[in-house]
Design a protein. Structure first.
Length: 407
């Protein structure tokens, strides 16, 4: 019978490859069209590869834990003559050589992962080593010889990975001997391959830190929120009140939601807010679209759905793309104060600490009364927002949280 190839699909705009984590079928199994048969992991999520048509699995060439580029053939389905003829016309040409990994905002870097695979001794991501989805060298980085840079590219190391090496060369230059000694030392220590999600988080934080970030903070009385949620079913958590307050404050002041790209100030079409969710070995930030136009009840239902998907690593790249800001409720871990880092494509992130009972002076009663207070922080791209604008935005968020009827 004719065969139709099972192709690694395009999994996201900036994703060039994925790692096979599970194969759900074996040769001889009958399958239907669009049946999920292979699970693959990118640096953003776990997603499924489906069958192109109805038929019988002829063979699966993909191996678990191996990484394949977009467009690679993962196996074959025995199909009807008609289906085979249809897919023969649609089949893309097989890629020649290595596929360059697309990483937004990294065109100014000197050595890419794809280039590294063509360096002497380099074989890309096929040696089973843990790799990071980032180029090896930042433009303008000094004190590194071409030989050292080539070795870094081969191992997918970044300048940050070498920060702990004391260079012994002229002018404290890190020599190839310094690097090899460092690698030998690392080999003796307990280690494990970085997961795709952990590597993706690391890459995002490196790119975020290339911007001038600022953090301001204050305190907020959570008693009104805690009282309001008692009257709701389902009951939204404090983080969702924060999402709603942040979205409402940004909709009232669109200038604060703008981001600076080059010499242009770009206003968003929609107030989309991300919510940081702890997943296995990392953080995922699914986006709630038009959060300023979404009621607390709808936010609660949507949030519960997103949390469940995130914990199963089923949040697709599209569900994490975009957004003007995010909320991180680090108070769930008992943390009082923190400075979360906004994602590279977002302008700011609101952090909410744990609520604690504190004595507060009440002028009308002329005595101290207990109040549930939490620390709240706003970290933002200082190129887009100044301290005054950030302070006014945070003040408005606090006002809304302390008067939840307006949410």
């Amino acid at each position: 019978m004719p065969q139709v190839p099972i192709i690694m699909p395009q999994l996201g705009e900036s994703i060039a490859e994925a790692t096979v984590v599970d194969v759900k079928v074996k040769p001889g199994d009958e399958v239907v069209a669009d049946q999920e048969i292979i699970e693959v992991e990118t640096n953003k999520a776990v997603m499924g590869v489906t069958t192109p048509c109805k038929g019988k699995i002829d063979k699966i060439t993909a191996q678990v834990k191996e990484t394949y580029p977009i467009g690679a053939i993962l196996g074959y389905v025995e199909a009807s003559e008609a289906d085979a003829a249809t897919f023969a016309k649609q089949a893309p040409p097989q890629p020649e050589g290595e596929v360059a990994e697309e990483i937004p905002a990294r065109a100014d870097q000197e050595i890419s992962v794809a280039q590294a695979s063509r360096l002497p001794g380099g074989d890309g991501n096929r040696d089973g080593r843990a790799t990071l989805p980032v180029p090896a060298t930042l433009k303008g980085a000094g004190f590194l010889s071409p030989r050292v840079r080539a070795r870094m590219a081969e191992l997918h190391l970044t300048n940050a990975d070498l920060a702990g090496i004391m260079g012994t060369g002229a002018g404290n230059r890190v020599t190839i001997k310094d690097l090899e000694n460092f690698l030998q030392h690392i080999e003796k220590e307990k280690s494990a391959d970085a997961s795709a999600l952990r590597a993706g988080v690391a890459d995002a934080m490196r790119r975020s830190w290339s911007r001038p970030l600022a953090t301001i903070g204050s305190s907020v009385n959570l008693d009104p929120v805690l009282q309001d949620r008692q009257s709701r079913d389902p009951k939204p958590g404090p983080a969702l009140y924060a999402v709603r307050a942040l979205a409402t404050a940004l909709s009232e002041n669109p200038a604060a939601a703008a981001k600076l790209i080059g010499d242009k100030v770009v206003q968003p079409d929609s107030i989309d807010i991300g919510v940081a969710v702890e997943a296995e070995d990392g953080i995922m930030v699914p986006i709630i679209r038009a959060a300023d136009k979404t009621s607390l009840a709808d936010l609660t239902a949507k949030y519960q759905e997103l949390v469940e998907l995130a914990r199963r690593r089923r949040i697709s790249p599209d569900m994490q793309a975009g957004g003007v800001a995010a909320v991180s409720n680090f108070g769930t871990f008992g943390v009082e104060w923190g400075t979360p880092i906004p994602l590279p494509d977002q302008t700011m992130i609101l952090g909410l600490g744990v609520g604690k009972k504190v004595p507060t002076w009440d002028e009308s009663k002329n005595e101290f009364v207990p109040k549930t207070e939490a620390q709240i922080t706003l970290s933002f791209d200082h190129r887009s927002l100044d301290g005054g604008g950030g302070g006014r935005l945070l003040k408005r968020i606090i006002e809304l949280l302390e008067d939840p009827a307006k949410l």
